[in-house]
Design a protein around this ligand. Structure first.
Ligand SMILES: Nc1ncnc2c1ncn2[C@@H]1O[C@H](COP(=O)(O)OP(=O)(O)OP(=O)(O)O)[C@@H](O)[C@H]1O
Ligand SMILES: [Mg+2]
Length: 343
């Protein structure tokens, strides 16, 4: 199902400023759309308004071209999975899934069929008779997913569903989630502040900051073609380095594209190695360039304290104007300082 948020305004009662205003977002049918942004930017609020769990202050919401702004959550054909998945500890896995279906007008046989289907799909068949306390965190999260799937929704809304899991399990669940999406072929809307999660799972990424959409594109688009400095520094592992220039503009470069040495055709910098973290495949090296420090991610390594020359080839430089928006114009000022959007 396609979802459209049109000119949405949201202001919580008793607060002095809206969380968002003139917010327009179109979510394509069948996409895996990730709402990505830092804490407090309005991700959960946006998701809850789509689900109907939160009223809009202004604007309209459409699902498959029907105006659902005033439609109850239960009638929107949407399933929501939360960070703190509410599964009942006294019921078995099977019981938890059945319970979610009890308000639906379907007979016992169909309930059984559906439960078996989702148990199979989420890899929980052999755990059907266990209680949640006898499951791992990832398996419990899958019970919550299974229960949501059993209702055959047309769209899945998920608010940081993996944030309770440890790092290894998160990576495994990421793969599970992608497989689930490929099998269900319905619209997924997924909220996270984790850019790696967004980049690995999403077909579409909506980068949010302070209640505003900064960019909406594929993972490749937001990484290779960020529309402003916020996106450039939020996306990537780590994000782009940015240098403020004397003419008011900025020049940015990805940590992987800075090289040791000098070049006639590019930006040359010099500095001292501050830290050197071994990451397995490559190293994360921070270099103090006098007006702040930048990060490089390279296969080769340098010692802490070593003086280094580095350069970024001209074709790998990104330019931003004084308003921090991307520009094709080469900015020629002197480097004044190292810049971070969050500061
Ligand atoms: N019920 C509420 N009443 C008043 N203000 C609220 C309420 N819920 C959220 N807010 C405020 O609205 C803004 C957006 O909150 P929201 O929960 O949507 O952020 P988020 O992007 O999901 O953040 P996080 O990553 O921390 O979950 C925040 O400034 C928050 O303090
Ligand atoms: Mg949230």
């Amino acid at each position: 199902m396609a979802i459209v948020m049109q000119d949405i305004k949201k202001q919580y009662a008793g607060t002095s400023a809206p969380v968002m205003e003139h917010f327009d977002l179109t979510i394509e049918e069948g996409s895996f759309t990730v709402l990505l942004g830092p804490s407090g930017c309005g991700k959960t609020t946006a998701l809850r308004m789509i689900a109907g769990l939160e009223e809009v202050t202004g604007g309209r919401i459409f699902i498959d071209e029907n105006d659902v702004t005033d439609v109850d959550p239960g009638e929107r054909n949407i399933a929501m999975v939360f960070q703190n998945y509410a599964i009942y500890p006294h019921m078995t896995v099977r019981g938890n899934i059945e319970f979610g279906l009890k308000n639906y007008q379907i007979d016992k046989e169909e309930i059984n069929e559906r439960v078996n289907y989702v148990l199979d799909m989420t890899g929980l068949s052999e755990y059907a008779d266990r209680k949640p306390s006898q499951l791992s965190g990832g398996q419990r999260q899958r019970v919550a997913l299974a229960r949501a799937i059993s209702k055959s929704p047309k769209a899945f809304l998920m608010d940081e569903p993996l944030s309770n899991l440890d790092a290894k399990l998160r990576i495994q669940m990421r793969t599970d989630m992608i497989q689930l999406y490929n099998r269900l072929k319905c619209t997924f809307i997924y909220v996270t502040h984790d850019q790696t999660e967004a980049m690995t799972m999403g077909t579409d990424i909506v980068v949010l900051y302070k209640g505003m959409i900064q960019q909406h594109g594929t993972p490749q688009e937001v990484y290779n073609n960020p529309s402003n400095l916020f996106v450039a520094q939020f996306i990537g592992d780590p994000g782009m380095n940015a240098l403020r220039l004397s003419d008011g503009g900025y020049v940015g470069f990805q940590p992987r594209l800075a090289q040791f040495g000098k070049s006639e055709n590019g930006l040359n910098l010099q500095g001292t190695v501050l830290t050197n973290e071994f990451m397995g495949h490559d190293c994360m090296i921070t270099v103090d360039i006098g007006c702040g420090s930048i990060v490089m991610r390279r296969r080769e390594t340098r010692k802490v304290g070593e003086q280094v020359s580095l350069f970024i080839p001209q074709e790998n430089l990104f330019y931003f104007d004084a308003d921090q928006n991307r520009t094709g114009t080469v900015q020629t000022g002197e480097v004044v300082s190292v810049f971070h959007v969050d500061d």
